[in-house]
Design a protein around this ligand. Structure first.
Ligand code: HEM
Ligand code: HEM
Length: 522
C-alpha cells in the first residue's frame, strides 16, 4: 500500500534532458551507465540520497522568477479549469448512466439523453482532456527545452477561448442546437471556429517555445505534443470545410475526424506526457529514445487512415473499409513499440509503485493504452464488428482508452509536474482515495459494458427481439452506474487534490523547479 508520493526524489531537469540525449546517442537505453554527475537509479531508490543538496541543487532553473511564475500560473490555470470540466462532464455522465435504468427520471427537455450525451462527450473531450493536456504540454515544452514560454499572453488567450467554446457549446447543446449526426462535432459551427482559434494559438505558442530552446535536441515529448497540435489543426480544418460534407463524403470525413480526434490529438499529447513524467519520476532515462521516435513516425503513417473502421458494412467503398482494417492491425507497431518503451523504462522498478501513486497512475495509463488499443485492433476485424458494432462494448472501449489511458496519463502527469511547479503536494490520503476509487470504478465500468455489450451483440446477431437485448443489458447498466459513481467520487477527491497543489495549502512543500530548497529539508 503506497504511503507517500515519491515526487520528492526526482532527478534534475537538467539531467532529464541530458539523459534523453544520452539515451539517443546510446540507441539501446542507458540505464546502467548513467554518465558522471547524474543521479543514478541505485541512488534514486533512496529518498534520503536524492534529497541531499547535490540532488536538488541541480534543479536550479534557468528561468527568471517572472518566467517561473508565468509557467506555474499557466499550468495551474489550465488544470483548475480542466478539473471543473471533469467534474461537470462526469456528473452528467453519471446522470445519463442511471437514465438507462430509469429513463423517466429527470424528464425535462434540457435533461433528455439526446441533449446530455453530447454535452458529456464534448465536455470530457474539449473541456477536461484538452485543457489539461495543453497545460501540461506547455509546462513540458518550456522545461524540457530549458527556456521560457514563448508567450504567456497567448496561453491566456487560448485558455479563455478553449473555455469560452466549451461554455458556449454546452449551452447550445442544452438548448437543442446540435450540429447533427457528426459525432464529437456537435457544437454549432461558429463555436467550433472558436475552438479552432484556440488550437491555432496553442500550436503557435508551443512551436515558438520549442523553437527557442536552449538545448540542442528537441526532447521526445515535444515531438509528440507539437505533432499533436499541428495534425489537429489540419484535422479540424478538414472537418470544418463544408464542400465535401454530404452523402458518403460526410461519412468518411466523420470517420476521419472521429478517430483522429482520439488518435492524433489525445494520444500523442498523452504519450508526450509519459515520455517526460516517467524519466522524471523514475530517475532514469527513457529505455530507448530511438524506439520513441520510431513509434512517433509509425503512429503518423498508420493512424490517419483507419477512420473508416467505424463504418464497416456501410456503403463506403469496400476497399476503403479493408484499408482501414489493415492499418488498424498496423497500429500494433506504434502501440506495442511505445508501450514496450514505457514498460522497459519501468522494468526492475515495479516495487517502487508501492511508494508512488503518481507512478501507479502512469502505470495504469500505459496498460490502458496497450490493452485498449490492442482491443481496438481486434474490434476492427469484420468478424468481431458483426457482434460488437453499435453495442455497449464500444462504449467500454471508449472509456478504457479515454479514461484508462488518457485520463490516467493526465493524472499521473499532473501529480508529478504540478508539485514541481508550485511546490505544493496533495496529501497521501487524497492520492490513495483518488487512485483506488478511479481504478475500481473504471474496472467495473469497462468490464460490465464489455460483457453486457457482447451479449447485446449476440442477441442482435441471433435475431432476438430488440427488447430482449434491452432486458439482458439491465444489470450491466446498473453496474456501469455503480462504477461511474465511484469514478465521479474519485474526481471530487481529485478536485480537492488539485486545489491543494495550486491555490490552496499543500500537504508539504515539494522541491520545485523554481525553489529547489523547498522540501529538501534545507
Ligand atoms: C490504435 C489502435 C486502436 C484501434 C485499432 C481502435 C479501433 C476502434 C474501432 C474499430 C472502433 C469502432 C467500434 C465501432 O464503431 O463498432 C473504435 C471506437 C472508438 N475508439 Fe478506438 N481504437 C484504437 C485506439 C483508441 C484510442 C487510443 C482511443 C482513445 C484515446 C480510442 C477511442 C475510441 C473511441 C472514443 C471510440 C468510439 C467512437 C464512437 O463514438 O463511435 N481508440 N476504436
Ligand atoms: C464518472 C465517469 C463517467 C461516466 C459515468 C460516463 C458515462 C457515460 C455514458 C452513460 C455514456 C453514454 C453511453 C451510450 O451512449 O450508450 C458515455 C459516453 C461517452 N463517454 Fe463517458 N462517462 C464518464 C467519464 C468519461 C470520461 C472522463 C471521458 C473522456 C475523457 C468519457 C468519454 C466518453 C465518450 C467518448 C463517450 C462516447 C462513447 C461511444 O460512443 O462509444 N467519459 N459516458
Amino acid at each position: 500500500m503506497p504511503t507517500e508520493p515519491r515526487i520528492t526524489t526526482l532527478p534534475t531537469q537538467d539531467s532529464l534532458v541530458k539523459q534523453a540525449v544520452y539515451d539517443d546517442a546510446d540507441g539501446v537505453g542507458s540505464d546502467h551507465s548513467a554518465p558522471m554527475g547524474f543521479v543514478r537509479e541505485q541512488d534514486a531508490s533512496s529518498s534520503e540520497r536524492t534529497n541531499t543538496p547535490m540532488g536538488v541543487a541541480a534543479q536550479q532553473s534557468s528561468l527568471s522568477i517572472h518566467d517561473e511564475r508565468m509557467l506555474r500560473w499557466v499550468l495551474s490555470a489550465y488544470t483548475v479549469t480542466a478539473t471543473f470540466w471533469l467534474l461537470f462532464a462526469t456528473a452528467v455522465g453519471v446522470l445519463i448512466a442511471y437514465k438507462f435504468g430509469a429513463p423517466d427520471f429527470a424528464p425535462g427537455e434540457w435533461l433528455t439523453f439526446g441533449r446530455l450525451r453530447p454535452i458529456h462527450t464534448n465536455a470530457t473531450f474539449y473541456g477536461w482532456a484538452s485543457l489539461a493536456l495543453v497545460g501540461l504540454a506547455y509546462y513540458v515544452a518550456a522545461r524540457s527545452s530549458r527556456t521560457r514560454l514563448y508567450s504567456p499572453r497567448l496561453a491566456w488567450i487560448g485558455l479563455v477561448l478553449f473555455n469560452g467554446a466549451a461554455v458556449a457549446g454546452t449551452i447550445a447543446l442544452a438548448l437543442g442546437h446540435n450540429n447533427g449526426n457528426l459525432e464529437y462535432r456537435e457544437w454549432p459551427g461558429p463555436i467550433r471556429l472558436i475552438f479552432l482559434g484556440a488550437l491555432l494559438i496553442t500550436a503557435w505558442n508551443l512551436i515558438g517555445t520549442v523553437a527557442r530552446r536552449s538545448t540542442h535536441d528537441i526532447y521526445l515529448s515535444n515531438w509528440y505534443t507539437v505533432g499533436a497540435v499541428l495534425w489537429t489543426c489540419i484535422i479540424a480544418v478538414v472537418a470544418t470545410l463544408p464542400w465535401y460534407q454530404y452523402g458518403l463524403g460526410q461519412v468518411s470525413v466523420s470517420g476521419f475526424y472521429m478517430h483522429n480526434a482520439v488518435g492524433m490529438w489525445f494520444t500523442p499529447l498523452a504519450l508526450g506526457i509519459f515520455y517526460y513524467a516517467l524519466p522524471k519520476l523514475l530517475n532514469r532515462p527513457i529505455y530507448s529514445y530511438a524506439l520513441g521516435v520510431f513509434a512517433f513516425w509509425t503512429n503518423l503513417v498508420f493512424y490517419p487512415i483507419i477512420g473508416a473502421h467505424h463504418f464497416l458494412f456501410s456503403p463506403l467503398p469496400w476497399w476503403l473499409q479493408t484499408t482501414a482494417i489493415v492499418f488498424s492491425v498496423a497500429m500494433l507497431v506504434p502501440v506495442w513499440g511505445g508501450s514496450a518503451n514505457f514498460l522497459l523504462t519501468m522494468r526492475g522498478r515495479m516495487r517502487d509503485m508501492t511508494h508512488s501513486y503518481p507512478l501507479m497512475f502512469i502505470f495504469v495509463g500505459v496498460i490502458g493504452y496497450l490493452v485498449g488499443s490492442t482491443q481496438g485492433t481486434f474490434e476492427a476485424f469484420r468478424s468481431l464488428q458483426e457482434v460488437w458494432h453499435m453495442t455497449n462494448f464500444t462504449v467500454g472501449h471508449s472509456h478504457l482508452t479515454m479514461y484508462g489511458f488518457v485520463t490516467f496519463a493526465i493524472w499521473g502527469g499532473l501529480y508529478v509536474l504540478l508539485p514541481l511547479g508550485t511546490g505544493k503536494e496533495p496529501g497521501p490520503l487524497g492520492l490513495a482515495l483518488h487512485f483506488w476509487m478511479a481504478v475500481v470504478g473504471s474496472f467495473i465500468y469497462v468490464i460490465s459494458l464489455s460483457v453486457g455489450g457482447t451479449l447485446q451483440g449476440l442477441d442482435w446477431k441471433h435475431g432476438l427481439p430488440f427488447i430482449q437485448s434491452v432486458a439482458d443489458m439491465q444489470s450491466y447498466w446498473v453496474w456501469r452506474g455503480v462504477g461511474g459513481s465511484l469514478m465521479f467520487l474519485s474526481h471530487v477527491v481529485f478536485g480537492w487534490n488539485v486545489w491543494r497543489m495550486t491555490y490552496g495549502v499543500g500537504a508539504k512543500a515539494a522541491p520545485n523547479d523554481s525553489n529547489p530548497a523547498a522540501g529538501a529539508g534545507a
